[in-house]
Design a protein around this ligand. Structure first.
Ligand code: UDP
Length: 405
């Protein structure tokens, strides 16, 4: 099958940990690799943001196609909506130039979906969509800047016209049905996958030595795109409440000069934690197993998380997770088994559970064992098989002009 993956606003193979490069990039790249491994011809379409070749071969059967839409320079996603029609037209032009059409279009994030919709129609191919985040849900969390009404209006329209809406956890179905009147007959839940060959436990002492982290300090780890919705401020306040002054918090992600990073550094200083919180900036994905393995606990204090790859990567490395009880984290972390889920977005309950884990190496070891077992269902061969089957069903349903479920 010939498959188009549409990731308009962000390049799936760009370096991770910036403001616009995180879980969706990892997901689109790895899903595409897995589908290519399964023998499908996969093209990933993304917006051209500099001087680059139009087509780059990433692996057998897998290409990255970078097409012009708006200025050929990096731009914040908030500025990219006006160029969506141009990008859709470019995808059609590219397919026509090659004299080939696609059997299925799988689009990501509302802007990519808005570009994928007319493209899929032009190809007479089914359109499968993943929102990754939803404007209405972000606004209800009331923590980041207000998402524009235009985004929410478009999400509603796009949810209504897609052949199938995939979400990484069933909870997102409820949100789509509740806030967007999306049709349950078109919704399918398939979890995200992680690279279980890369994310596996490494020797803690060696990892700490390699990273220059003291052997005798309890280490907490946060990893991600640094943005307000991730709740790092809650975590810093929680660390300030811990009894052990030796605790070290590592904050991985967010380049120097990043505004929120400056604010968080100031918060840590003001709380007397200058020596207890270390900001490392972004770390290459393939180095992260050392960071997860070096940590005693990985903390995911997000206000919202549609799946939360970081929690699963940490567990795959045998590191227990303390996470907010929100979104996809509810489907990956099992409270009291491989970590703790915190229902309140405030520092005290995080501090309480972190204290429990820091003081109790036996509990940490038990959680670590369960954590490794619990990630088996997120192996890419497993997840890719599910997606492959869904693609086949969607194509068949499209041919019969019926909904997928
Ligand atoms: N990540 C990385 N290096 C960094 C920061 C993050 O490789 O410095 C990766 C991390 O391993 C994970 C992804 O970025 O795969 C973040 O995904 P997640 O689903 O946790 O958050 P999202 O970005 O989707 O909000």
């Amino acid at each position: 099958m010939r498959i188009a993956q549409v990731s308009y606003h962000t390049n799936p193979v760009a370096p991770l940990g910036g403001r616009q490069t995180g879980g969706m990039n990892v997901y689109v790249h790895e899903l595409s690799r897995e589908l290519a491994r399964r023998g499908h011809q996969v093209d990933i379409f993304t917006r051209l943001d500099g001087e680059r070749p139009e087509v780059t071969a990433l692996a057998p059967n897998l290409r990255l196609v970078q097409l012009p839409a708006g200025p050929p320079a990096p731009l914040e996603k908030e500025l990219l909506a006006p160029f969506v029609p141009a990008f859709a037209a470019e995808m059609s032009r590219f397919a026509a130039d090659e004299g080939q059409s696609y059997d299925l279009v799988h689009s990501h994030y509302w802007q990519g979906i808005a570009a994928g919709e007319p493209f899929a129609r032009a190809q007479d191919a089914p359109h499968l969509v993943m929102f990754h985040t939803l404007g209405e849900v972000k606004n209800r969390a009331r923590i980041s800047e207000e998402e524009p009404g235009e985004r929410i209006r478009r999400e509603r329209e796009l949810a209504a016209t897609a052949d199938a809406i995939i979400s990484a956890c069933a909870h997102e179905h409820d949100l789509l049905a509740r806030y967007y009147d999306a049709d349950p007959a078109r919704m399918v839940s398939i979890p995200c996958g992680i690279d279980t060959d890369l994310f596996r436990p490494r020797d803690r002492e060696e990892s700490r030595r390699a990273l220059g982290i003291e052997q005798d300090r309890p280490v907490l780890l946060w990893v991600g795109r640094l943005e307000k919705l991730k709740g790092v401020d809650i975590l810093i306040d929680a660390v300030a409440q811990l009894e052990d002054p030796e605790v070290l918090l590592l904050v991985v992600g967010g380049e120097h000069g990043h505004e929120l990073r400056g604010e968080l550094e100031e918060q840590a200083r003001a709380a007397g934690l200058a020596g207890s919180v270390r900001f490392t900036g972004a770390v290459p994905h393939e180095d992260l197993p050392d960071w997860y393995s070096a940590a005693d606990v990985c903390v995911v204090p997000s206000y919202y998380e549609s799946f939360g790859l970081v929690a699963v990567e940490a567990m795959a490395c045998g590191t227990p997770v303390v996470a907010s009880r929100v979104g996809g984290l509810v489907s990956t972390v099992t409270d009291g088994v491989n970590g703790f889920l915190i229902p309140w977005r405030c520092p005290e309950p995080f501090a309480e559970k972190l204290e429990v884990l820091i003081r109790n190496p036996e509990l940490r070891a038990n959680f670590a064992r369960s954590a490794r077992d619990s990630v088996q269902r997120f192996r890419w061969d497993e997840v890719g098989r599910g997606m492959d089957e869904l693609y086949g069903d969607v194509i068949a349903a499209h041919a019969r002009k019926e909904p997928v479920a």
